[in-house]
Structure formats: structure tokens, C-alpha cells
Write a protein that binds this ligand. Structure first.
Ligand code: SAH
Length: 262
């Protein structure tokens, strides 16, 4: 494939027609605008998988954070300072997981209908903040950023974790590599403080390990091999990875990766 060509799922076009990428994003935004602003909409009609997913993520993060602190492994983990929930939708992961482990969660999501729902739910009921994150973890939503990840530039050195789940298929390979490079700059870089990019995505089941393109929402499902190649291109190394257990068999396998700059 020539250098000036880029892959969007099954489609390969010349980069001299950049409008096709804009069309690709416009089509997915149109799809997501047609979906209900709730967990059922976010999870494509499998809302029952949310609890299993969040438990898996929580266990993964705890293991990751405990790796270095063997001597203090029984003590509760202190809250993180600031994390980002990318492609956050209505904030399923923010509300049920990230706010419990971090003082501040910034939300990046292109569809305003979803973030409106999130912001509204924060102002009422159990998610109404009390201004202070506690050790048990009741963080606050910080910035709400209505951008696609292809356009988002994380603040330099700001984040303990940049969490990306079930949204990276909306970026082309080239956009994803460029995005990962920006994420590297967005991680906290301080002596004694660890930070990670987390990716949790469906894995292609194609027997040739090819990307699977979904016309309905204009997204691509990549293979483990493809993700590893893109991480490498971006200068990221995998420090932990596992398959999500306990999902219905008819769904794609789901893999989670913790990444750090090489
Ligand atoms: N991560 C959330 C939502 C998953 S649904 C969760 O697991 O619950 C996929 C989300 O990706 C939708 O909210 C959709 O609006 C968003 N999305 C679509 N195009 C995107 C893009 N280019 N960049 C970031 N997010 C995008």
C-alpha cells in the first residue's frame, strides 16, 4: 500500500480525497445520535454486560496499581488525581468506575446528546458531587470536551490514566497512531507517580486477523496483532493485558491493555 493511502476498515482510498474521512466520522456521529442515551444504547443492546465489564476493569486496574507496591498491598489505594474517559458516551464508565478511583474525571465525547445526559444526571441524585473526593472515592467530573478523539489534544502531563473503551474503531489507523502519540504527552511524568494509557476494545475474530468493518456505525474492529502493531508505531509498550472474562459467547472477545511510553 502506498504511503499516501490510508485504511478505513475495508475501504482504501487515496489521501488526496480527505473528505471521505470527514464523511466517515459524520456517518458514525449520525449513527450515535440515533441511539438512546443510556447504557443499553452504549452497549448495543447488551446492557447486562456492563456490570461484568466494570468489575473486570476495576480488578485489572487494582492489579496494575499494586504491582509495584508489594509491601503495602493490603492498604487501600489512594485516589488518583485526574483521569480521562475517552469516547465516554453517557458516562457509564465515569460514573460506575472512574469517579470511584479518581478525584477528577475529564470526559471526551463527540455526541453532545450523551454528555448532556451525563451532566444532567450529575446534577441530580446520587451523582451530585459534594466538592471533595474522599478516600472511598467520590470524584468530580472536570472538563466535558465535545470532540472526537482525532481532534482532541490532551493537556500535557495532566493524566494518571487515559481510558479508551469501545470507541477507537472510529479512528483510522493513522489517526489512532497520531492520537496515541498525543496521549503519551498527556500522561503525568513525575518521579514516583505511575501513569497509563488504557485501551479496552473488541477483538476481530477474522481468521486472517483482518479488520472487520461495520457499516452501521462506520467503525472497524481490529485484531490483537493490529493493535500491537499500532502501539509499536506510536512508541507504546504493553505493561499488562488480559481478555475480559464472562461475556456472552455471541459477542466479540474483549481485550484490555495498559500501555506506557517505550
Ligand atoms: N466508552 C463508553 C461508550 C461506548 S459507545 C462505554 O463503554 O460505555 C461508543 C462511543 O464512542 C459513543 O459514545 C460515540 O459517540 C463515541 N464516538 C463516536 N465517534 C467517536 C470519535 N471519533 N472519537 C471518540 N468517540 C467517538
Amino acid at each position: 500500500m502506498g504511503d499516501n493511502r490510508e485504511t478505513v476498515g475495508a475501504c482504501v482510498r487515496s489521501a488526496s480525497e480527505p473528505s471521505y474521512i470527514a464523511d466517515y466520522h459524520a456517518h458514525s456521529i449520525e449513527y450515535w445520535n440515533s441511539v438512546s442515551a443510556d447504557t443499553n444504547g452504549m452497549l448495543g443492546g447488551f446492557p447486562q454486560t456492563s456490570r461484568i465489564d466494570l468489575q473486570g476493569s476495576s480488578n485489572f486496574l487494582t492489579k496494575l496499581r499494586r504491582t509495584k507496591s508489594t509491601s503495602a498491598s493490603k492498604l487501600p489505594l489512594h485516589p488518583l488525581d485526574r483521569v480521562a474517559d475517552c469516547g465516554a458516551g453517557v458516562g457509564r464508565i465515569t460514573k460506575e468506575f472512574l469517579l470511584k478511583v479518581s478525584k477528577r474525571v475529564d470526559v471526551v465525547e463527540p455526541v453532545t446528546k450523551f454528555t448532556d445526559e451525563l451532566v444532567q444526571s450529575l446534577g441530580s441524585g446520587e451523582w451530585a458531587g459534594d466538592g471533595e473526593a474522599t478516600i472511598e472515592g467520590k470524584g468530580q467530573v472536570g472538563d466535558v470536551i465535545n470532540l472526537g478523539l482525532q481532534d482532541w489534544v490532551p493537556e500535557t502531563g495532566a493524566y494518571d490514566i487515559i481510558w479508551n473503551q469501545w470507541c477507537l474503531g472510529h479512528l483510522t489507523d493513522a489517526q489512532l497512531v497520531a492520537y496515541f502519540k498525543r496521549c503519551k504527552d498527556g500522561l503525568v511524568k513525575e518521579e514516583g507517580r505511575e501513569s497509563w494509557i488504557v485501551v479496552k476494545e473488541n477483538m476481530s475474530t477474522d481468521f486472517m486477523k483482518k479488520d472487520i468493518y461495520d457499516e452501521e456505525d462506520s467503525s472497524v474492529t481490529r485484531s490483537d496483532e493490529k493493535f500491537r502493531q499500532l502501539f509499536k508505531e506510536a512508541g507504546l509498550k504493553i505493561v499488562a493485558t488480559e481478555l475480559q472474562k464472562g461475556f456472552p459467547r455471541e459477542l466479540f472477545p474483549v481485550r484490555i491493555y495498559a500501555l506506557k511510553p517505550e
